[in-house]
Design a binder for this molecule. Sequence first.
Ligand SMILES: C[S@@+](CC[C@H](N)C(=O)[O-])C[C@H]1O[C@@H](n2cnc3c(N)ncnc32)[C@H](O)[C@@H]1O
Length: 292
Amino acid sequence: MNDTIAPEKGSSPEAIENHYGTGNEYFALWLGNAMAYSCALWDENDPDQSLDDAQMAKILHHCDESHARDGKHVLDIGCGWGGVMQHLVDHYNVGSVTGLTLSDSQKEWVDNKNDKRVESRLESWKDHKPKNTYDAIISIGAFEHFAKLGMSGEEKIAAYREFFLKCHSWLQPRSYLSLQTVAYGNSLTEDFDKFISSEIFQETDTPKLHEIAAGCERLFEVVRLRNDRDDYRRTLRAWYTNLRANRERAVELQGEKEVKRFERYLRLMAYMFEVGGLDLHRITLRRIDDPK
Ligand SMILES: C[S@@+](CC[C@H](N)C(=O)[O-])C[C@H]1O[C@@H](n2cnc3c(N)ncnc32)[C@H](O)[C@@H]1O
């Protein structure tokens, strides 16, 4: 991994790779065809909806909310395995998409598609120096990594503000940032399960809603905000079911201990969303062109 990347305020590249570098085949066993590692958007009136279908609805939500259609250049911060980027160039008439990730294996997955319109960069948003301004920015499931456990509320807000300032400077006037992130709900930092923070998402502290609001104040206006925490419960259950169904191969790839660790993580997280300890925010933000 490139050792010039050092997002000291959020999760380190090593912590990210420790989780996401577990192996593409392993993740493919339970994430489904979409290879989307973030909360899907489910139809509450359709209990039989498939995970892939709900992941596609999530992709469409962000492509629409970011107003990316016909954009020349779009940025995906925390692009994962590239599902959103591919959809933008294939179906939204977007000229080129730049994706940022800290995971080698995710970059390799995107590179293997060999699509000149899509570029995955092994780079933190902190180090990104765009070649051009962007017509839209999308960031799904990455914001959670931008602050570390142990940071004070003020330090977290400062880290988030740095992120929003950069997004602001990279965007064209009147354009949009579509953000999706987990946030604390009815829980305290102390409630955050030690198992999750020490063994699954190391060096990660999720935001509180007011910290996101303070971070983007007078830079972006909040156009829409929805808390879809039940969608994450449903997504985690679907991942758990897939992992159980493919358990034999998963154990071959990762070993019993690792698979058990993931099963525990998926169950615990589903519970946190079910009881409202965690929320899932989808926030549509429009750039304020003349911040006071
Ligand atoms: C949970 S995955 C979500 C991936 C994808 N957006 C999706 O929905 O499937 C989080 C992503 O954020 C990336 N990430 C975390 N911290 C980052 C940073 N500082 N700069 C850029 N990407 C980051 C990870 O490498 C990973 O691709």
